[in-house]
Design a binder for this molecule. Structure first.
Ligand SMILES: [Zn+2]
Length: 206
């Protein structure tokens, strides 16, 4: 990846990524892209995309992972930790955490950067949960659809995450998400053997 410094503003380096493979990805914005949550804005990211300079736009970091690459941060940040297991649900006390820790920070005007690894499952769940709490059902009947439109189509990855979001409103998981997150049938062992057999016979000298 080539990085060129295109200018300075308020003593902060503005860095433009040129010709990077990430720029071709629809997810390259997960370097702290602003997502509307009620009247507030939350920055959303993933450690797969975040660059050290992206962190400077935040007052408070909310890592939703159980591990963070501290060595790359380069300075000190206030951290509000909410580790979630990848492809899992939400941690115990999720609603209390959001209402008592996160929302007051947003009300106080703090810029929060929430991130996981890819910026989809856990970050999507964090954003959709805030939407479920801050925006009314009349205003935003489907917080998952809202976060997919405002942040990324791949936001929210598991049934447990989806259920937790609607549970914040005391609502069951809508039919469409029950279908989306229905367990998929595992491929049959026969098809696996066939592929393996083809791969083996195509090896040179075999
Ligand atoms: Zn994405």
């Amino acid at each position: 990846m080539r990085v060129s410094k295109s200018g300075l503003k308020k003593g902060r380096a503005i860095v433009r990524v040129v010709g990077a493979d990430q720029s071709a990805s629809p997810h390259s914005a997960h370097r702290g892209n602003p997502v509307r949550v009620g009247p507030y804005t939350v920055l959303a990211g993933g450690t797969s995309y975040l660059q050290p300079e992206d962190l400077s736009q935040a007052d408070i970091l909310v890592p939703l992972t159980d591990r963070i690459p501290v060595g790359e941060f380069g300075s000190f940040y206030e951290i509000l930790a909410a580790p979630m297991r990848d492809f899992g649900g939400v941690p115990p006390g999720w609603e209390t955490f959001l209402k008592e820790e996160v929302v007051p920070l947003l009300v106080g005007g703090e810029k929060i950067l929430a991130f996981c690894v890819g910026g989809h499952g856990r970050t999507g769940t964090f954003l959709a949960s805030l939407i479920a709490l801050i925006e009314t059902s009349e205003e935003t009947p489907d917080p998952i659809e809202a976060v997919r439109a405002r942040h990324c189509r791949q936001a929210v990855e598991t049934r447990a995450q989806a259920e937790a979001i609607f549970a914040l409103r005391g609502e069951p998981l809508p039919e469409k998400y029950q279908r989306e997150f229905a367990p998929r049938q595992a491929p049959t062992p026969t098809s696996g053997k066939l592929v393996w057999g083809q791969a083996v016979t195509s090896l040179p000298g075999s």
